[in-house]
Design a protein around this ligand. Sequence first.
Ligand code: GLC
Length: 755
Amino acid sequence: MRTKKRGFYFRVIALSLILIQCRNSDTVPQLGKNSIKEVIAVMTPQEKAMLLVGADPGFPRGYPSGFGGADTLFDSQPPVVGATRKVVPGAAGNTHAIPRLGIPSLVLADGPAGVRIDPNRQDTNITFYATAFPIETMLASTWDTTVVSDVGKAMGNEALEYGVDILLAPALNIHRNPLGGRNFEYYSEDPLVSGLMAAAFVNGVQSNGVGTSLKHYAANNNETNRMNIDVQVDQKALHEIYLKGFGLALAYSKPWTVMSAYNKINGTYCSENSYLLRQVLRDEFGFNGATMTDWFGGRNYLNQIKAGTNILMPGSSYIVAQFAEAIKNGDLDEKVVNKAIEEILSVVMKSPKFKDYKYSNTPDLELHSVVSKDAAIEGAVLLENRKNTLPIDKTGLHKVALFGIGSYETIPGGTGSGSVNSAYSISVLQGLQKAGFTIPEKLIQENIKYIQEAKKKAGQKDWYFAPDIRLEEKAWKLAYLEQSASECDIAILTLRRTSGEFSDRALKNDFELSDTEKDLVKNLSSSFHKAGKKLVVLLNIGGVIETTSWNQNADAILNIWQPGQEGGNAVADLLLGKADPSGKLTMTFPKKYTDVPSAALFPNPKDNPQSAIYSEGTYVGYRNYLAKNIEPQYEFGYGLSYTHFNFSDFKLVADHSKGIISVAAKVTNVGNFSGKEVLQLYVKTPQNKYLELKAFKKTRLLKPGEAVLMEISININDLRDFNPHAGGWVLVNGNYEINLGTSCKNIIDTKEVEL
Ligand code: GLC
């Protein structure tokens, strides 16, 4: 009897203690002090709904309402109690705070070429500039993951010091077609380059303790009708080309988040696609962070959560209310909601906000400008260098006839969400002048006057984020060019292209040169050749252009892409031979647009504008040109140097027990300049009719005569084909050709291995 009584009293005391505990507000479970499960257990439906939806569309007012699709309401948010609304003006969005539970609001900011935030604020006169790094295409053209990681480290530091918790990058969609509007923000036509560059970038950024977002998952390869277009793609191509890069990125890095793409794949929005978001992303690729929609992406919000989306960005109060109701009435399954919130809170707990990091707002922009310049130098691709036109021997040359709008207003990067507000941007003119070249003053004035007129004529673009309007080149009189040829020692012409989100590119006056540009190249070439002088053409572009019809006129062609804020200085170092161009193309420059396998159907069939039919399957980029013996103008992996290399002692060892194929080769610099080479390993599997890049490695700087033994390994697992009929990735038995090359066409040696 006595023990029973004691037990009763004990239970009464225990219960009352718990009651006191709950009633006493400052002992409400706190994120970080209590387990995530305990925090979730006391959440109201409203609080749960808030965590599944962004807190604040950080977009500038006046954002075209139709942009977000007919039924997206992104009314201005009433500030949510405790939400750190606008803590970083210009950031793309925020998550909700729930102060009662110790949950801070995270700040999410773009983008792939630098932290995009407003450079000025109302309440202070200090500035918030960020470093404009080279575009992702140029970073990939370095073929050096260390360079990409260094850029990530610098960019991640700027995110940290400006109060950003998650940087919405890297973007790694495939360059399916040269006219893809956002190719500048992507790495390559090849999934291996894309995935390994993305992983290096993620590791660099996240070494600062801030997060990243792999985007846009997946097959977001064009801008036309991007919010609704239905990508129809077969399983082999989907897995081997469009998902592969994400799988590699997730094999070599742990991004905090993944952003799903706007488009549908085979009928279902990516953000509503549980096969993509759960089966592939989490089960196959091992992702364990949080996924978010692209801004205003998708259609059915409840389906997005049910399919595995964690957060709808940028969010709206309308959706919060809808979700709170759905949680209450069971439309949203509590288990699904709690799982999604667990994954979100795991990310929150890693964030600088949660750790209450006191960011300075003064990152070391000076130091980062050097990182930006070095990356630009490493990513420039020398396409032609007839009779060693370059490097320019400065002693013998001082007067440069500098032509082309891009020489005077060099484009550092693309527009849209991937734009960057940097403090300055060095043009080719400024870089050359700083390096001691002389450009005749009257030529400078002529060009600047013309550019001002052309800008006035072009007018203002209709919206801050819209792509910049392309300016036509001046139609220089032949006599004027011949006069320049008599006065100057060399001609340098920069052909520039804008690039930007929201629209795909055009053939006329974009992929192709305009008539004025063609005349300028031809007349500059003839005028200077007649005077026994040379023409150097610089390509300041965000994506592939046509080069076959005019490249013979140029003695040298250096592709400087959109090189970031230090572009002009990088160009000067390269032209002077202070640095050796060592970049390689990560996408093919076809001889003509119709050679492109997706040309006929890009971006979508006229009779069915709601769909993009990827009928070329895996025959994307170099895979297509090699399989069909179509000669490109400049192939994937191509890039010249000022020096030359020899290769010897190519050895291959297949260690089946470890599942590794190891390759070794000796590289010797047999030229007169210090330079770097990129070894590329292309494999021909028994199944496929083309070579596929399976590994690459860039040498360190080799002095003339210096040699280095390079060792590269291939994971035998990476040689599997995706066979939907055999349930997925299978390693086919048979004979594998391992090709060592310095481009997809320049194969130096081949070994065979039986698997
Ligand atoms: C944009 C882009 C995405 C960006 C996001 C936030 O529309 O598609 O890349 O991160 O919205 O700006």
